[in-house]
Design a protein around this ligand. Structure first.
Ligand code: BGC
Length: 747
């Protein structure tokens, strides 16, 4: 029998891998995200440690909390950290369920157990765990199940079944909410109150940015149970005590609600700071909980139906390679559970709200790695991710101004306010390609959806202000050409370079699309053009300058050699003897070299020119692509999780199926197979994996340029068939490809 390609399983408990599974098993519905931690307390796994997290390079950061870190996140609820700035707050732990038999508490570390199994069902988003607990000569079967409702975004459902196999026992179930939780070693709660009312336990917190959050839980137990309530420090507890007979199984259900005063769906062009909180959110939470309790028998069915709707449009079926199939579904699962599709004030952070690393910040990952999956399967979600940038335009303008530039400079690391959150000067000052990437993504959205209305009414404002930034950021040379000096490209191991090819090409593209869009508006809607001209203060002089910079921006391309330099000054960096420096290749290269030496050496963290070859794959011929790949890949360390997958796609483009598959497999390892998810999911890689299958192996053409869908598959050996659906220009396409055949049907 082949492997189950819908389930991620953990067959034995291993303390060293627990944190990885907490990341892998993260559940969510876009609004809410919870790591796969155990329901019960785990010995020596404190959750309230205080320490100063310094903003080092995350790849190299020292890991804290080696065994377990709870994670309950409502993306958009952020606190203010003195060093890390706005960070996504880890909220009180709401899933608490301790189990006692004869006063001994069940603990994964301390208690004897066998027949352990934990699995995440990707199809339904349900996480289950079962084992037999051997206690004082008794055998107790424990079965946990939980899900975050996809149908009711504020509701969490947990179920616990306990069966005593051989004897009568006294069981105590302890449901709790724990308020004493820190985020990256910091306490963001200025108010914390735990209480119980009418059989419901509650925890209310207010963050240092004045967001208010209420959590309520109700334990549903059968009659005959003695109930007690307790408060111990910041923990509120509901105990249920019951005697279970030999062979009897009891079922306990815990239903919880989480709500904030800032819960909002789409805000249109209102900025979050302009929105008043909901003063009735606590009452509303109570009503929602009551309703969920009344509807308890319906909850699972409606939740599964919602997941089914999502899978029906976004599954990618791979026949002939179960390992890849599972990893692709795993990636899609995380993409589905991390997007808050109806909300344009949050985006998706680098860890997919599955951990505290990167502090919940938003990077270029969204526009370049994640967007295509949503564009082709859920354009409303894609639109909201980009509307987030529209809603934070003011902050980006302020940011440009603070550097003395015009227009909008988008932050390297954003949070809901849209202000720069990055604490390291190199990235925030120099990794400016993000602003051009946003224009690329907006144009991409327009090309795939045909949604001119959004392009004309909203995106153009962002595009124009970004273009305005670029013309003020470019320097004129003596020969009348322009340069962009002092930048960090996507490769973060060269900090300060001139005329980075990726950045400059993206900038040219951004200027081109801005000018093109303005022309379109002028031709198609004169009145709108006049309004835009007034509102954006468009001047002929600026337009001319945009045109000039677009045409005269220097590109480090050697046409004779058919080669693109990463930056104009690349040859001036030092060659490295990798074998001497990188003595243990199982660890990131960055651990073996000082930052100072790294910054002056030819060692790349990630795809840079190679990324350009992918995003503009029609602009460069095969010889150029091959020359660049042959030169850069051997000096690329792939220390960034964003690197392998781009290489896989470009190897597909080069028709090198074997290397494309080799790099694809390495990408599958990043979270799933090589235990890398401890601090959260590498969600950009998940989006990249989708792209590698669809664009890479199935050979979907570049619809930024072409009009009609065409596919040129080169599937890896063993892959018989790939099936998926795409929404393009309002039409659903059902696609099946094999190496011999492409079947394209539309609805
Ligand atoms: C990568 C960036 C990426 C960031 C967040 C860094 O390690 O170098 O390209 O945006 O992680 O995923």
């Amino acid at each position: 029998m082949g492997m189950n390609t819908w389930k991620i399983c953990e067959e034995a408990y291993n303390e060293k891998l627990n944190k990885n599974y907490e990341g892998l098993f993260t559940q969510g519905n876009g609004y809410l995200s919870i790591r796969g931690s155990f329901e019960e307390d785990l010995s020596d796994a404190t959750q309230n440690d205080r320490y100063w997290r310094m903003p080092a390079n995350v790849t190299l950061e020292k890991q804290m909390h080696p065994k377990s870190k709870w994670g309950v996140f409502v993306p958009g609820v952020v606190g203010n950290h003195p060093i890390l700035n706005e960070e996504m707050v880890n909220l009180p732990y709401i899933l608490g369920l301790n189990i006692y038999i004869d006063d001994s508490r069940f603990d994964m570390e301390e208690s004897d157990h066998d027949n352990y199994n934990r699995e995440l069902d990707l199809k339904t988003g349900a996480l289950s765990r079962r084992m037999k607990w051997l206690i004082n000569g008794k055998k107790i079967e424990l079965n946990f199940l939980r899900y975050i409702s996809m149908a009711r975004k504020n509701i969490i459902v947990q179920q616990l079944r306990v069966k005593s196999i051989e004897s009568e026992v006294r069981l105590k179930i302890q449901s709790f909410i724990e308020g004493d939780v820190t985020t990256n070693g910091y306490n963001h709660f200025v108010v914390k109150e735990v209480s119980h009312n009418n059989g419901i336990i509650e925890c209310y917190v207010k963050t240092d940015l004045e967001d208010e959050i209420i959590m309520m839980s109700r334990l549903l137990v059968t009659s005959g149970v003695k109930e007690e309530f307790q408060i111990i420090k910041d923990r509120v507890i509901h105990n249920g005590i019951i005697n279970i007979r030999k062979g009897q199984e009891i079922v306990i259900t815990k239903i919880s609600v989480i709500k904030t005063n800032m819960d909002k769906e789409t805000l249109g062009n209102l900025r979050i700071t302009d929105v008043m909180g909901n003063p009735n959110f606590i009452d509303d939470a109570g009503l929602e909980l009551k309703k969920a309790v009344d509807d308890v028998d319906k909850l699972y069915g409606e939740h599964v139906d919602e997941w089914k709707k999502r899978w029906d449009i976004s599954d990618v079926e791979i026949q002939g390679d179960d390992r890849s199939q599972l990893a692709v579904r795993f990636s899609i699962y995380h993409l589905l559970r991390s997007v808050n599709e109806g909300n344009d004030r949050v985006a998706i952070d680098a860890k997919g709200a599955a951990g505290e690393a990167y502090f919940g910040h938003y990077f270029w990952d969204t526009e370049i790695y994640l967007l295509p999956f949503y564009l082709y399967t859920n354009p409303a979600a894609a639109k909201n991710l980009l509307m987030f940038r529209y809603n934070t335009l003011e902050a980006a303008k302020q940011n440009a101004k603070s550097y003395g530039y015009s227009g909008a400079k988008y932050p390297w690391e954003s949070s809901i306010s849209g202000k720069e959150q990055c604490s390291n000067w190199q990235y925030k000052d120099l990794e400016i390609h993000i602003s051009a990437d946003i224009v690329y993504a907006m144009w991409h959205y327009y090309r795939v959806t045909g949604d001119k209305d959004t392009l004309f009414n909203y995106f153009i404002d962002v595009m124009y202000e970004i273009s305005r930034f670029w013309i003020s950021r470019a320097d004129i040379e003596k020969d009348g050409t322009y340069s962009i000096r002092g930048v960090m490209g996507p490769d973060e191991y060269l900090a300060f370079t001139n005329n980075n090819a990726f950045t400059n090409y993206m900038v040219k593209h951004a200027l081109k699309r801005t000018l093109e869009t303005l022309k379109m508006i002028k031709n198609e809607d004169e009145e709108l053009y006049i309004n835009k001209s007034l509102n954006l203060k468009i001047s002929e002089e600026e337009l001319e300058m945009m045109n000039r910079v677009m045409n005269k921006l220097n590109m480090p391309i050697d046409n004779d050699k058919h080669f693109i330099w990463q930056c104009e000054d690349f040859e001036g960096f030092v060659d490295l003897d990798f074998d001497k420096v990188w003595i243990d290749r199982s660890k990131p290269f960055g651990q073996f070299i000082s930052q100072e030496k790294n910054y002056r050496s030819k060692a790349l963290k990630q795809a840079d020119v190679i990324g350009l070859l992918w995003l503009f794959n029609r602009d460069f011929d095969n010889e150029m692509v091959k020359n660049c790949m042959d030169y850069y890949e051997p000096i690329t360390t792939h220390d960034s999780s964003l690197s392998y997958i781009i290489h896989s796609i470009v190897y597909s483009q080069m028709e090198d199926r074997d290397l494309a598959y080799e790099f694809f497999k390495r990408s599958l390892g990043i979270d799933l197979y090589d235990y890398g998810a401890a601090e959260g999911i590498h969600i950009a890689n998940c989006g990249g994996i989708w792209q590698a299958v669809i664009y890479g192996f199935c050979g979907l053409n570049n619809l930024m340029v072409d009009e009609d869908i065409k596919l040129k598959p080169a599937l890896p050996e063993g892959w018989e068939r790939v099936k998926f659906r795409l929404l393009y220009n309002d039409r659903w396409y059902n696609i099946t490809v094999s190496n011999d055949e492409v079947v394209l049907e539309y609805e």
